[in-house]
Design a protein around this ligand. Structure first.
Ligand code: MG
Length: 322
């Protein structure tokens, strides 16, 4: 599997700098761009890429290929991609905890897991008050070790990205306490909660409302009660015709959001300033579901986009834990 494989879009990287796919919508984005960096395709041939997560210690990227029921691994030293875990229980969103361990949402297992250093898998959460979780979608770890994840029913709606089943719980957002392992509901009124991430100072939690009516939104909440709860729900970004899914935050507080579906002009990544202003766009030939920062200096953007994974060096770093 490489970028010489399946190529339904006929896409080729730009040969001249600056790459016209990296677009400033506001002068604030200029400082985030590198004039001699362009969009590269690292791998293709997947069915639906999600959950990218970078391992700097091993110089590799993992991501979920949900319908193919596998986690893929791209090796920075060889440029090759190969399955890492197969089957993956239809894994979706992933991150690392502050000890560097892989944290994975599984549609098929209807659970959140941690992969230990020896490769064994620990189940962190698979039920709440005696009922099975729906299909954990995306996850973030706060600096205190608490694990926050969304649990929409997308992964049990059919058999393509999991196993069809009736929901037993509402579509909640949960916090897993690092001391007790107990789950608590931090939000129960988001229509299709999806990607989530903290602001750099962890004072704000952003959550994608991916079934918002009439438009999808990115909501913002204040983190309160000693970092155990959220309050003050507000619409941070109204996505209009766009479809946000997963996103990450850089050290300046900008949100880098997977975007697209429907109109090809929307496909790629949208970047928003901390005040919610759209400042930049990365045009991709496929809808981008999720992304992460990685690479040396945590300043290479890895974009999980439908069939393919793309990368772009940028002039800003992602926050720790992103
Ligand atoms: Mg998602």
């Amino acid at each position: 599997m490489s970028d010489t494989g399946n190529d339904p879009h006929g896409w080729r990287p730009a040969t001249r700098y600056p790459d016209p796919a990296v677009i400033s919508l506001d002068p604030r984005f200029d400082a985030c761009k590198l004039p001699l960096a362009g969009v590269e395709r690292l791998a293709t041939g997947c069915r639906w890429c999600e959950g990218p997560v970078w391992f700097g210690d091993g110089r590799y990227l993992l991501w979920s290929d949900i319908p193919n029921n596998r986690i893929m691994r791209w090796d920075e030293t060889t440029g090759q991609a190969a399955p890492f875990r197969e089957p993956s229980n239809f894994s979706n969103g992933q991150t690392r905890d502050r000890q560097g361990r892989l944290i994975t949402c599984e549609h098929g297992g209807r659970r959140v897991t941690r992969t230990e250093y020896d490769g064994t898998i620990t189940v962190l959460a698979d039920s709440f008050e005696g009922r099975r979780l729906n299909s954990p979608n995306d996850v973030v770890v706060k600096s205190d070790g608490s694990i926050w994840f969304t649990d929409p029913a997308f992964g049990i709606a059919g058999n393509y990205e999991g196993y069809r089943a009736e929901p037993e719980l509402g579509q909640n957002v949960y916090r897993l306490d690092p001391g007790t392992g107990a789950l608590s509901v931090v939000a129960d009124d988001i229509l299709g909660p999806n990607g989530l991430a903290f602001s750099p100072d962890e004072a704000v939690l952003y959550i994608v409302e991916s079934r918002g009516v009439p438009t999808r939104k990115i909501l913002a909440y204040d983190v309160v009660e000693g970092g155990t709860a959220i309050a003050g729900r507000r619409v941070f970004i109204d996505a209009g015709p766009g479809t946000p899914d997963g996103f990450r935050v850089d050290v300046e507080g900008n949100l880098w959001c997977g975007w697209g579906m429907g109109d090809p002009e929307l496909d790629g990544v949208m970047v928003f300033a901390p005040d919610g202003t759209p400042i930049g766009r990365i045009a991709l030939p496929e809808r981008c579901a999720n992304l992460c920062f990685g690479g040396r200096a945590n300043s290479r953007l890895f974009m999980a986009a439908s069939h393919s994974v793309y990368a772009l060096y940028v002039n800003v770093a992602g926050v720790a834990g992103g």
